[in-house]
Structure formats: structure tokens, C-alpha cells
Design a binder for this molecule. Structure first.
Ligand code: SF4
Length: 675
């Protein structure tokens, strides 16, 4: 049987695929040439889905810890036992410490509704502590758009642009389908492609101009681009006059910087910054695609605000081929339920993140052993591996050991799952009915095969826990939930499956009639709302020290295109393609620090030391090293979670983004030496 559907779970995108099944077993998966955004594209991660589903070591039964935490001693239990055990533990925490002492953790977006179900469950239980990777991934960018012009914007996929800026993102290798169509369209149209990245990637190879900033200096680059555009009069005067407020204050701020200072901060020559700005500002329409390095510095929110302002003053907002402000298919936002919490979210002083209910993970974790501002006693973890993906591995470990109870929903025995009390086995793509809310359209990923063993979707586990706790407003099956969610769109889940994706009609320049969804109705270059929240109303930079005498090199890191953060090291095809963690550096750096390609090196920061294998990469500035992200070794008994894990090197404290609570993950002082 052939089923047209979408890839999911393997990354944050949803490529169109065709799945062939025989006797309730998937025998073939291929790209769907008739799905317009992806036209048959299907990456190696997506192809590995059958290795995930049929992996002999996949967790397919709920497990309960029977030895000391982390000992790896388990007993298999039934679904009913697992759910009742979790509910009893949560009731005990609520009775003894209050519902806010329960925290939820979620990992990187998988283009589904896990986060929405989780926030619904959290609010209904009565806890605001929803700690995800969002504070250091994606939300600084969307909240910068929101506080500048009211809504997140996206590059238009219906019309080509004349200029595409790709800022800190390797769209071709790690972007997934959701942005791939933009690149294809750009290449076909002859769009000028400008790339910002300290390291050579597939994107930089197709760039018309490529600039290499110092990791962590994006905000200064944003200032340099705006300074050129404003001082040379390359902005859209009519748009700025009619539709923005605070342009004069922006001008004042830009005058406070000299190009020489911006060159020193960014390591990009004045000529290159000006050339970049002129191409972007004079090629209409133009779009900027961004990646998560922007979210991971003390200046993350302000850097993203500068990008939102760039989009606006160049007149690219909501125009064909420009940055379209979301037209979505309407559906029920299930996280909009009564919040029964009585105490404030931990980390609520980071007000921009708090406006979306995003608790900084480091503050939530730390409360398990400091009880500050109140204790966290239980964690429910879905689609996340905090020991690998959160900053400060040692701190995360200490926090985990301080919790009374941890339940983790997982595919495999990961480092974090190993420290849990209960492990819930998770259903993979095609084993349950799923739904993907995408920009501009919605798609269904229907169940095709029965799940392995006792596996259930994350959202099914959440519904079971909610029902066991006697909470109202939850569902017996994903299909039932999706029918309700889809009601505002006027269709049922079955209809979405049968009829295929539903696309929202595209309407441009909505601001002419409707204004922008900000307090003033205009683009807020200067934001009084942010000022009231204690956040600088015009972007300001704070100092970020990226090297010191003891740690002379600048560390940055990045995702491996064969994995999704820390996921999939257990899948044989992907592991064959990327066997081990590689630390990349210029030959000059290697020679200076007596390092040899192919041999192991210690990488050290003030926080700790790890080992990775040396790989030469001439594209990197000799002052930078590029460390592989998310590495653990599932084949080892201890799972090797400390050895090469880049987060052993990162920390919770030090300068943080005051809007988002984001810790610093890019531009960290480090040193390197042979093992
Ligand atoms: S890019 Fe993501 S969604 Fe697309 S095929 Fe690869 S893993 Fe699947």
C-alpha cells in the first residue's frame, strides 16, 4: 500500500514523502515529487526512519527504575502501571510542595504540537514551569519580530526575492524542507545570495558575498548594516515615515558607533560590511533567513531586534517576494486554557521570554537543589535530552540528582533517560495520527502502521497522565484532539488526511488597512512596550568577552547535518556517515597548538574539558575553533555523555540575554591542546 504523507520527528521540518507498507510493515520511504515545497527532496535523516522504527534496541515497553538513579537497573511495567505511578508521584509533589514544583521540559521543535499539549497540561496541573530550548533557539527571533511589527515574518515562498540574506544558518544542510524551497527558488531566479557565517558551508559555496563575523558579534554587524543604510539614505523613506516610530532614535544610536569600532567587533572589513548593506538595501524585494546562533549570546534579543528593524526600514515587510507577515490557516490554540498556577514562573524576570511562558531551563533546573525561588521536585521530559543539549552539563546532572521524580518519554536509552525514574516509550512517525501546523499551511501525518510494543505518541502519554490525574479538557486519541483543533478551519482530521495540505490564501501589505499588531499600530523601531518591561527600547549591545589571556581562542559550535541535535547517534546509517565528534580549526591554529589532523585534542574552558578529533578547516579564522555539538556514545555502557559533549564547556552564569534569559553558547573563550 502507498501512502502520501510527511516526514516528521527526524528534524524540525516536514518533507512530502510516499510510504510503502506490506503486512503492517514499512518497506520503502521516498520523497514525494508532487509535493510543491519539497518536490521529491528527502534527506538521509528522513530515510533512516525505518532504522528508528525497527531498531532492535528501541525502547518499546515502559520502564521503572529499580536501582539507584543512573544505575541502569530497570523493570518493565505496563502502560497502566507507568501512568498511575507518574500520577501518584505528581500528586505527592503537589500535596507537599505545590503544583508549581513540577517542571516540564521539551526539546527542539519537531513540527508538531508537543509544546502546545505540554503547556496545556502544565497550566491545567497548575505549573508555569515550561522549560524548553526556546530561550536559546528561535524564540528570540520570533519575539523580536513580534515586539517590532506585531507578528513573526517569513520569506515569501510564492514570489522570488532579488536578494536573500542567510544569517548564521546552513539552510542547505540543516535547514529541512521548510526553507529549502526558498533556496531553490533563489537559484532558479538568479537571486543575489549573501551569507553570514564564520565557517564555510554548502550555503557559503553558493553565495555572491560571504562575510565571516566573530562568533557572537551579530548585533554589531546589524548595527553596521543599518548605519550604512541609514547614512547613505538607502532606506524606504515613504515606509519609514508612514509606518514606523522611533527612526530618529535609531539614527542617534547608530551615530554612537564608528565603522572602525564595528570592524573591530565583527572582524569584517568596513568595505565588506558596506558592500553587503548596499546590495541588501538596493535589491528589492529582499529577505533575511536566520539561524539559531543569533539566539545564543548575551545580545541575542537585541541582535534579532536589529534584524527585524532592517527588514522594516528597507520596505521589505509584507510585500510580494519579501518578508511576509503570517497568514495562517486558523486552528484552535490548545495552550490557551486557564493557568491554575499560583506562583510566578521561575525566571519570570526575563520578561520577553516570560510573555510566551518560556522559563529559562537553567533557572528551573537550579531550583531543584537551591529551592530558589521555590523548589522544583519533579520533571516530565518529552523529546529532550537535557544532559546533552542544555548548557552546563555538570549543573544539569546535579539538578537531575536533586529531583524527587523524573519521567522521560524517549525512543532510546539516552543519557537523560538513564537518570529517570520512569521511561515512556515513544511512537515514531507513521505509528500514530499526527498533525503539523506550518507557516501558511497545515498538513496531516496519519497513522500508517501499528506502534511497536507499548509505544505511544508523546501527546498520547500527556493525555493519559492528564486523565489519570482527573483533569478535564483532554482527549482519548490524537484524532479526537485534532478534530477539535481543526474546527476553526472548518474541517476534520479525516478530511485533512484525505484532501491533503490546506494552504492559507496569501494577502500582502495588510498593514495599509489593518496597521501592525503593536501597541502603536506601527513598526516600533523604538518600543515603549519593551521599555516598560525593562528591556532597552532601542537595541543596545552588552559586552561579550570571547577570548582571554588564559583562553585565547573563540569557541563556536554547530549541528551535524546527519543528526538532529543529540538525536539519532544510534541509527547505523547516520552513524556511518558521521562517526565521531570533530573539532575544526585552521591549519595555522593546529600548528600553533601542536595539533595533528586525525588525533584527539582537549578543548577546555573555565567550565571543563572535553576531547574531540582534530579536523583542519581552512575557512575558519585562526582565532576560532568549531566544536561538534550534541555528541554522546550510545554503544558505551556509561553512554559517554561527558567525554565530547560541548555543553560540558558552557555555563549558566555570566552575561545573559536580559530579554530571553539566554545563556551564551557562541563565542566562548577556550583553549585547545593535544591529548
Ligand atoms: S529535512 Fe527533515 S523532514 Fe525533510 S526528509 Fe530530512 S529529516 Fe525528514
Amino acid at each position: 500500500m502507498l501512502t502520501r504523507t510527511f516526514c516528521g520527528k527526524m528534524c524540525g521540518a516536514s518533507c512530502g514523502i510516499i510510504v510503502t507498507t506490506e503486512n503492517d510493515r514499512i518497506v520503502k520511504v521516498e520523497g514525494d515529487p508532487d509535493y510543491p515545497p519539497t518536490k521529491g527532496f528527502f534527506c538521509v535523516k528522513g530515510k533512516a526512519i525505518t532504522e528508528l522504527i525497527y531498531h532492535p534496541e528501541r525502547l518499546i515497553k515502559p520502564l521503572r527504575r529499580i536501582g539507584p538513579r543512573g544505575s541502569g537497573e530497570w523493570e518493565e511495567i505496563t502502560t497502566d502501571e507507568a501512568v498511575s505511578h507518574i500520577a501518584n508521584k505528581l500528586r505527592k509533589v503537589i500535596e507537599e510542595h505545590g503544583s508549581e514544583s513540577i517542571a516540564f521540559h521539551m526539546g527542539a521543535n519537531r513540527n508538531d504540537l508537543i509544546g502546545e499539549f505540554m503547556q496545556r497540561l502544565g497550566k491545567t496541573i497548575g505549573t508555569p514551569n515550561f522549560a524548553t530550548v526556546d530561550n536559546v533557539c528561535s524564540k528570540a527571533r520570533s519575539l523580536a519580530d513580534k515586539f517590532t511589527f506585531g507578528q513573526k515574518c517569513f520569506p515569501d515562498i510564492n514570489q522570488p526575492s532579488e536578494c536573500l540574506v542567510v544569517w548564521g544558518r546552513n539552510t542547505l544542510d540543516t535547514g529541512g524542507e521548510s526553507r529549502m524551497d526558498i533556496i531553490r527558488q533563489a537559484k532558479e531566479h538568479g537571486t543575489k545570495i549573501l551569507v553570514i557565517d564564520p565557517r564555510e558551508t554548502s550555503m557559503t559555496r553558493i553565495a555572491h558575498q560571504w562575510v565571516k563575523p566573530r562568533p557572537g558579534s551579530d548585533g554589531y554587524l546589524g548595527i553596521a548594516l543599518l548605519k550604512t543604510i541609514v547614512e547613505e539614505g538607502l532606506y524606504d523613506r515613504e515606509f519609514v515615515e508612514k509606518y514606523t516610530i522611533g527612526f530618529d532614535k535609531l539614527h542617534e544610536m547608530l551615530e554612537g558607533y564608528s565603522f572602525e569600532e564595528l570592524e573591530r567587533e565583527t572582524w569584517i572589513s568596513i568595505d565588506d560590511m558596506k558592500k553587503f548593506a548596499r546590495t541588501y538595501a538596493t535589491s528589492k524585494p529582499a529577505v533575511i533567513q536566520t539561524g539559531n546562533p543569533l539566539d545564543q549570546t548575551p545580545n541575542s534579543y537585541q541582535s534579532c531586534r536589529l534584524i527585524s528593524i532592517l527588514r522594516a526600514v528597507t520596505g521589505n515587510l509584507d510585500v510580494p517576494g519579501g518578508e511576509v507577515v503570517a497568514n495562517g490557516v486558523p486552528f484552535l490554540n490548545i495552550k490557551d486554557v486557564e493557568d491554575r498556577s499560583k506562583r510566578l514562573m521561575i525566571g519570570s524576570e526575563f520578561k520577553v521570554a516570560a510573555s510566551l511562558g518560556l522559563a529559562p531551563s537553567q533557572d528551573v533546573l537550579r531550583a531543584s537543589y537551591t529551592s530558589d525561588p521555590y523548589p522544583i521536585k519533579a520533571s516530565l521530559i518529552f523529546g529532550s535530552n537535557p544532559l546533552m543539549t542544555y548548557a552546563n552539563t555538570e549543573g544539569v546532572h546535579k539538578a537531575i540528582m536533586g529531583l524527587d521524580f523524573i519521567a522521560t518519554a524517549e525512543f532510546f536509552m539516552t543519557p537523560t533517560a538513564k537518570y529517570s525514574d520512569i521511561i515512556l516509550p515513544v511512537a515514531a512517525n507513521h505509528e500514530y495520527d499526527d498533525f503539523s501546523p506550518k507557516f501558511g499551511h497545515i498538513v496531516a501525518r496519519p497513522k500508517i502502521i501499528d506502534p511497536q510494543g507499548e509505544c505511544r505518541a508523546d501527546i498520547q502519554w500527556m493525555n493519559l497522565i492528564a486523565k489519570e490525574l482527573g483533569l478535564k479538557g483532554f482527549w482519548d486519541s490524537p484524532k479526537e484532539a485534532f478534530d477539535e483543533i481543526l474546527e476553526p478551519a472548518g474541517l476534520t482530521y479525516e478530511e485533512l488526511v484525505e484532501n491533503g495540505p490546506v494552504w492559507a490564501p496569501q494577502k500582502y501589505m495588510k498593514y495599509i488597512d489593518e496597521g501592525f499588531k503593536t501597541a502603536s499600530g506601527k513598526v516600533e523601531i523604538y518600543s515603549e512596550t519593551l521599555k516598560e518591561m525593562g528591556v532597552p527600547p532601542i537595541p543596545e549591545m552588552v559586552e561579550q568577552i570571547t577570548s582571554t589571556d588564559d583562553y585565547p581562542l573563540v569557541m563556536t559550535s554547530g549541528k551535524d547535518s546527519y543528526y538532529y541535535h543529540s538525536s539519532w547517534r544510534k541509527l547505523p546509517t547516520l552513524r556511518r556517515l558521521s562517526k565521531e565528534p570533530l573539532v575544526e580549526m585552521n591549519r595555522e591554529t593546529a600548528e600553533k597548538y601542536r595539533l595533528v589532523e586525525g588525533e584527539m585534542a582537549y578543548i577546555e574552558t573555565t567550565e571543563g574539558r572535553i576531547t574531540q578529533k582534530v579536523k583542519l578547516n581552512e575557512s575558519l579564522d585562526p582565532k576560532i575553533i568549531f566544536v561538534a555539538h550534541g555528541w554522546w556514545f550510545p554503544e558505551r555502557e556509561d553512554l559517554g555523555w561527558k567525554e565530547s559533549n560541548d555543553n560540558v564547556l558552557t555555563k549558566w552564569d555570566g552575561p545573559k540575554c536580559q530579554a530571553m534569559g539566554a545563556v551564551t553558547l557562541r563565542g566562548i573563550p577556550c583553549k585547545i591542546y593535544p591529548v
